[in-house]
Design a protein around this ligand. Sequence first.
Ligand SMILES: [Zn+2]
Length: 80
Amino acid sequence: MILKWIALIALGVLIYWFLKRARQIQQKDNNDLAAIEDMVCCAHCGVHLPKSESIASQDQYFCNAHHLQQYRDVMKDLDE
Ligand SMILES: [Zn+2]
């Protein structure tokens, strides 16, 4: 009789552990997806960087303000 109870408790603990572990793996997958961010390419030097760290101007992305200015200067020269 006592063996039956021990087996039932062990089974319950095993199911609890299994469900907890499955939930942790699912949460980890969700976190990995959230960490993936759009990458953009600097229009001046071509370096790839996360969109949130880039400077956007007229549908173009730049790695820093200096490259944005250089790109504008080049475009201005081409227009003249
Ligand atoms: Zn750049």
